[in-house]
Ligand binder design. Structure first.
Ligand code: NAD
Length: 247
């Protein structure tokens, strides 16, 4: 057993899958830092409610598409807590449309947030994790990064890129005992999928072997596995949390 409390950073932790990850890692005993981009009230309400339950949760404003914002935020966390043990690259956006209508801006915005943001966060935590000779990086990709999806060339490219990032970084950092893994969620009930209408929801669910969408907590369970002691010999892996969709 380590005689210190481990520190986890979850990007985009104030709603959806990120919120479930913050709650799960806090329950696992981590000091958790979540990031928010807008609405500090929502982030503070989550942190307050967890703190009143004895958990150690803090939120910081960080723009994941900005190197400056990421570096400042991560430096602050390391200065406050003395270490960083887990990074969960969860923040992400979509700007869906067919290729012929997709603008260069739609492409850049999605790639800059989802893929470049994850790269910059990995870079900012790598140094403290290397000097600790321990760390876990968990990238939240998507099954569309494995299978593609019409109307999402920007998003699916960013998510496929996260898989390449995971496997390359796992090889680079293995000698320092830093494990890098990836989760590819399928259809999860969050604000991101709230945009779907009832027919689209039913059409999605019908294609899933388990015949239902997942709760964000079902993704957080797998993050917990990658963040904790049961996965000490697992690196460079992609686990689909998709009810069997991408078999
Ligand atoms: N919901 C799904 O079905 C599903 C499926 C596969 C993958 N995912 C992935 O899971 C992750 C979480 O998705 P979700 O459904 O909870 O989405 P969501 O839209 O509810 O949450 C995304 C989070 O990212 C944050 N974010 C976006 N841009 C940011 C920026 N520039 N700087 C800082 N934070 C920023 C948002 O503030 C928000 O907290 C995303 O990476 C998404 O691509 C979701």
């Amino acid at each position: 057993m380590d005689n210190f409390q481990k520190v986890a950073l979850v990007t985009g932790g104030s709603r959806g899958i990120g919120e479930a990850i913050v709650k799960r890692l806090a329950s696992d005993g981590f000091i958790v830092y979540g990031t928010y981009n807008s609405s500090p009230e929502k982030a503070e309400a989550i942190a307050e409610s967890l703190r009143s339950d004895g958990k150690q949760v803090h939120f910081k404003k960080m723009d994941i598409s900005s190197d400056e914002s990421i570096r400042a935020g991560i430096e602050e966390i390391v200065a406050e807590s003395g270490r960083i043990d887990v990074l969960v690259n969860n923040a992400g956006i979509t700007k869906d449309t067919l290729l012929m209508r997709m603008t260069e801006q739609d492409w850049d915005d999605v790639l800059n947030t989802n893929l470049k943001g994850a790269f910059l966060c990995c870079k900012a935590v790598a140094r403290p994790m290397m000097s600790q000779r321990a760390g876990r990086i968990i990238n939240i990709s998507s099954i569309v990064g494995l299978r593609g999806n019409a109307g999402q060339v920007n998003y699916s490219s960013s998510k496929a890129g996260m898989i390449g990032l995971t496997k390359s970084l796992a090889q680079e950092l293995a000698s320092r005992n830093i494990l890098v893994n990836c989760i590819a969620p399928g259809y999860i009930e969050t604000d991101m999928t709230d945009k779907l209408n009832d027919d689209q929801r039913k059409a999605f669910a019908d294609k899933i072997p388990l015949k239902r969408a997942a709760k964000p907590e079902e993704v957080a369970n797998v993050v917990s596995f990658f963040a904790n002691a049961d996965s000490t010999y697992v690196t460079g892996q992609v686990i689909a949390v998709d009810g069997g969709l991408a078999m």
